[in-house]
Design a protein around this ligand. Structure first.
Ligand code: XMP
Length: 335
């Protein structure tokens, strides 16, 4: 890692000089590690970090991003609040690739608008935290044609393509697998809590809310997901590791169906009150790099307790299921 950082320091300083560098931050491990790297190697004054709050983030994500990046010494952090724009563009849309396309396009147009608002000189560099798997799954694997499983907007937006053609792109993690990114993050002194964070898709919870996306559904899913993740962090396996650290990726998915149930209060008072609640699916997998994945074999008791906690705390959810499909044939995300 030290050798990599030393080599990158020399090549990056030579390439960039004193020009501004704009890094697109998603809040995930990859772009945060890329940010830490740039802030360490370059003058923090020349590093601009741009983060969009699309309204499709995890609970408290934006506050966390602000605090982590300021601790890393960021001087120019641009947080763009654009929840309304994203939710209105997604109104009525149910088809997964259509959602991804809309989100990707909006990312690009807001990005272009905000970049020009920053007033950076024309020859600024664009940096990204894309890792090896992003290129492979987007069909951009070293020029070889691969079927696109899901479009990843961050690999080939017009801005990225233009900057790539102009030789003005920096992708310091392009050859890295997730585990190496984490190791690099630890090496750079990032908190374990941050470095061990599970991957999160670019389109955010939009691909975890099946069917139409509404603000209400986003809030329901965010709440349920936060409970699930907290539960995994405070439960441990026999080695002493937390369930969260044992699992490669875990998240909740809100299904586009409701099912019938009875309310707790009604059942304990001996009268039946019908409840019609959303169905939530929990996903937890083990994997090395996300290219293939195995379902995590929870102890039944953990699943039952987590399910009870979610349905008690989030009254809109009436039923919880566990997704027991490996990748392949299923992908990790549901959309
Ligand atoms: P799938 O669902 O394709 O996911 O099995 C593999 C890994 O990639 C993440 N993922 C994404 N990451 N932009 C990203 O940056 C995306 O559009 C995207 N879609 C999926 C997913 O969470 C999993 O870790």
């Amino acid at each position: 890692m030290q050798k990599y950082i030393d080599e990158l320091t020399i090549s990056l300083k030579e390439k960039v000089g004193s020009l501004p560098v704009l890094l697109l931050i998603s809040g995930g491990v990859d772009s945060t590690v890329a940010g830490a790297l740039l802030l360490k190697i370059l003058n923090p004054e020349q590093v601009h970090l741009m983060y969009m709050d699309t309204g499709l983030m995890r609970k408290n994500e934006t506050e966390a991003v602000r605090s982590i990046l300021s601790k890393l010494g960021a001087k120019n952090l641009h947080v763009i609040m654009c929840e309304d724009e994203f939710l209105s563009a997604l109104k009525g849309i149910t088809e997964p690739e259509e959602k991804r396309r809309i989100i990707g396009d909006l990312f690009i147009s807001i990005q272009e608008r905000e970049v020009s608002r920053l007033g950076l000189t024309q020859d600024y560099f664009l940096a990204q935290g894309s890792i090896r798997a992003d290129f492979i799954e987007s069909g951009q694997n070293d020029g070889k044609k691969v079927n696109v499983v899901k479009s990843h907007h961050n690999v080939a937006s017009p801005l990225v393509i233009a900057k790539r053609e102009a030789g003005k792109i920096i992708e310091p993690l392009a050859q890295f697998y997730k585990d190496d990114v984490r190791e690099l993050g630890r090496f750079l002194g990032l908190d374990n809590e941050l470095v061990n964070r599970h991957p999160f898709p670019g389109p955010g919870i939009a691909v975890r809310i099946l069917g139409e996306i509404t603000r209400d559904k986003c809030d329901i899913l965010r709440e349920a997901d936060a409970i699930y993740i907290d539960e995994l962090k405070r439960r441990s396996v026999s080695s002493g590791k937390s369930l969260y650290d044992e699992i490669w990726q875990a998240f909740a998915v809100l299904l586009p169906i409701k099912s019938v149930g009875v309310s707790n209060v009604a059942a304990s008072n001996n009268f039946a009150e019908r409840k019609y609640g959303w169905v939530l699916a929990l996903r937890a997998i083990t994997s090395k790099d996300g290219m293939t994945a195995d379902v995590y074999p929870f102890e039944t008791r953990d699943l039952l307790e987590i399910s009870a906690h979610i349905t008690n705390a989030v009254p809109q959810i009436g039923r919880v299921t566990y997704d027991i499909s490996n990748k392949p044939p299923a992908t990790i995300e549901w959309e």
